[in-house]
Design a protein around this ligand. Sequence first.
Ligand code: HEM
Ligand SMILES: *[C@@H]1O[C@H](CO)[C@@H](O)[C@H](O)[C@H]1NC(C)=O
Ligand SMILES: *[C@@H]1O[C@H](CO)[C@@H](O)[C@H](O)[C@H]1NC(C)=O
Ligand SMILES: *[C@@H]1O[C@H](CO)[C@@H](O)[C@H](O)[C@H]1NC(C)=O
Ligand SMILES: *[C@@H]1O[C@H](CO)[C@@H](O)[C@H](O)[C@H]1NC(C)=O
Length: 560
Amino acid sequence: MEKYVSRESTLVVLGAVATHFIFNRFEPVYRPSVWVFLFFAPPVALAWGLHLPWTSVPLLVLKHLATLVFSVVAYRLSPFHPLAHIPGPLSLKVSNLVIAYHSVRGKRHDLMEKLHRRYGKIVRIGSDNVSWADAEAAKVCMGNKGLPRSVGYATAETSETPGSIMTAYAAFYPEPTKVHAERRARWAHAFTSKAIRECDTFLLPRVERLLKKVGEQQGSLDLGKWFGYFTFDFMGDLFFDGGFDMLNDQDEDGLWKIIEDFAPAIASLYYLPWLTPILLSMPGADDAPIQKFFRFAIKCVDGRLKKGNTVKDAFYYIAGEHVEDENKPKPSRAVIDSDVQTGIIGGSDTTASAMANTVFCLLMNPDKLKKLRQEIDATFYREGVDQNDSARLAELPYLNACINETLRIFPPVQTRISRGVPRGYGGIHVAGVYLPDNTSMDFPPRVIHRDPDYFSPNPDSWWPERWLADTSGTTEQPFIMNVDGFMPFSVGPANCVGRNLAMREMRLVISQLVYRYDVRAAEKDPQEFQRKWLAGLQDHQILLKGPLDVLLTPRSPNTN
Ligand code: HEM
Ligand SMILES: *[C@@H]1O[C@H](CO)[C@@H](O)[C@H](O)[C@H]1NC(C)=O
Ligand SMILES: *[C@@H]1O[C@H](CO)[C@@H](O)[C@H](O)[C@H]1NC(C)=O
Ligand SMILES: *[C@@H]1O[C@H](CO)[C@@H](O)[C@H](O)[C@H]1NC(C)=O
Ligand SMILES: *[C@@H]1O[C@H](CO)[C@@H](O)[C@H](O)[C@H]1NC(C)=O
C-alpha cells in the first residue's frame, strides 16, 4: 500500500509537470477545450491505468491541479525563468490576477508609479511581462525597425474577425510589420495635412455647436461630458459623414455610456486572454451592451456605404474608396468594421480626456489661465484675424505649452503602449537590458513623463513655462527638458495616426472656450476640487474621469 501511494503521487507530479511543459511550449491560450483536456485527462488516465476506483478521480484531479499551480509558481519565481534578472514584486511575477484587479479598479497608473519608484526603470509585472519607463528603450523598441505590439493585443481575433489597425500589428501574426504597414498606408492618407484641412468643413461647425450648447446650460455643467459628446459626434462626422448627434440629444441612446462602462471589462480581458472566447460563447453574449455599440457602428458603415463617397472623410480612405484601380485589393468589410470601431473609440475618449484635463489644470492655476487668455485675446481681438486659422493656432506659444504640459502630466494613454519580442526573434539587447523572445513590454507614458531625468525641476507639477524654457521663478536646480521622454502619441511607425487632428481639435476648443467664457470650477475649494478630480481618474487603457463641474459666464474679450 505504502509503495502504491508513492507511485501514484510520482505519476501525479509527472503529469502536472508535463502539463505545465505543454502550456509553456505551445501556449494553447486561445483554446479553452485544450485547457479542459489538460486539466482532466492526466488524472483520469492515471485512475484508469492503475485500475483505481472512479471515486478516487476527484481527489486525483485536485492533486493534479494543485501540483500544476505549484509547478507554475515555482518556475515563474525560479532563477531558471528567462526574466529572472528583472526585479519586481513576487505577487506580480506569479500571476496576472493581481494586476487585473488593479486594472479593474482603474488604479493601474498609481501602481506603476509606485513600482517604478521602488524598482527602477524596468520592472517585471507578469510572468513574461515588463513595464519599461525608459525613453531610450522606448525609442529603440517602437522606432523604425521597431517591434510589433505584444500578442496580448490580438485576443479576440479569428479568421472571421480580423484585427483592426491596432491589433493587426500584434506579434500574433506571422508578418505583423507587413500587415500593419498596408493598413497604416490607408489610414495615413486620411490624416495628411490636406485631408485635415478638408476636415474643417465639419470640424468647425461642431466646435461652434459645442461652444453654443455649453453656453446654453443653466447653472453648473459637467464640461468633461460635453467634451465627450463633441469628440464622439466629430468621429461620426469623420467616419460616417455625420450620424451621431450627442451634442443635441445628450447621448439618448446611451452609446457613450456603454463605452465608458465597458472600458474596465475590456481592459482587464487583456490580462486574462483565455476568458475572451469563454465569454463570447456564453448564452446572452450577443445582448451585452458593448455589442449594441458594435451593431450601431456596423449600421453606420452600412449607411455610409450606401450613401457613397460624397465627401473625402476618413472613411473614404480607410475603406479604400480612393483606390481607383479595380485590380488592387480593397479591404474586406470585416476589416473596415474593425478599423472604424477602433478609430471611434481611439479618437474620442483620448481627445476628450486631454481637453478635460487641460481645463482642470487651468482652473487649478488661475494665474496661468489669465496668461493664456491674454495671449488669445491679443491674437484674436484684432480685425481681420481668422480664429479658425490652423497655422496661427499651432503657433500660439502659451496655448501649445499648456496643451503639451497637460499631455505630459495626464497622458490619455497612461501606462501601456505595448510592444512584444516575437518568438524566433532572438531576444533584444536595449539600454543595457536583455529581454528574451516572448517578452511583452509596456511603455508607461505617465511614468516616463514624470521622471526627473527627462523633466526637471518639479516633474510632477503642471508648469507650461517649461515648454518655453522660461525658467524664471525656479530655484537653482538644473533645468532639464528632454523631449525624448515625451510620448503621449507614442513614437515610430505605429504611433498615433490621428495626432495632428487631435491637436487641431484641442487648440480650437480650448482657445475658443477661454476666449468666449469665464470658466470657474463649481467646487470653490481648490484642494477639494483637486482631490475629487484625481480620485475620479481611472486608467482603463482609455483614461476615464469623474465629473468636471464648471460654471460658465459669457465674456466680452479684453475685459480682464
Ligand atoms: C489626445 C488624443 C490622442 C492620444 C493621446 C492618442 C494616443 C495614441 C497612442 C498612445 C496610440 C498607440 C500607439 C502605439 O502603440 O505606438 C495611438 C494609436 C492610434 N490612434 Fe490615437 N490618440 C489620440 C487621438 C486620436 C485620434 C483623434 C484618432 C483618429 C481617429 C486616433 C487614432 C489612432 C489610431 C488609428 C491608432 C493606431 C495606429 C497604428 O496602429 O498604426 N487617435 N493613439
Ligand atoms: C503579459 O503579456 C501577455 C501577452 O501579451 C498578456 O496576455 C498578459 O496579459 C500580460 N500580463 C501583464 C501582467 O501585463
Ligand atoms: C470659424 O468657423 C465657424 C464655424 O464654421 C464660423 O461660424 C466662424 O464664422 C468662423 N470664423 C471665421 C473668422 O471665419
Ligand atoms: C509640444 O510638443 C511637441 C512634440 O514634442 C513639440 O514638437 C512642440 O514644439 C511642443 N510645443 C511647444 C510649445 O513646446
Ligand atoms: C517562445 O514561445 C514559443 C511558443 O509559444 C516557444 O516555442 C519558444 O521556446 C519561446 N521562446 C523563449 C525564448 O522562451
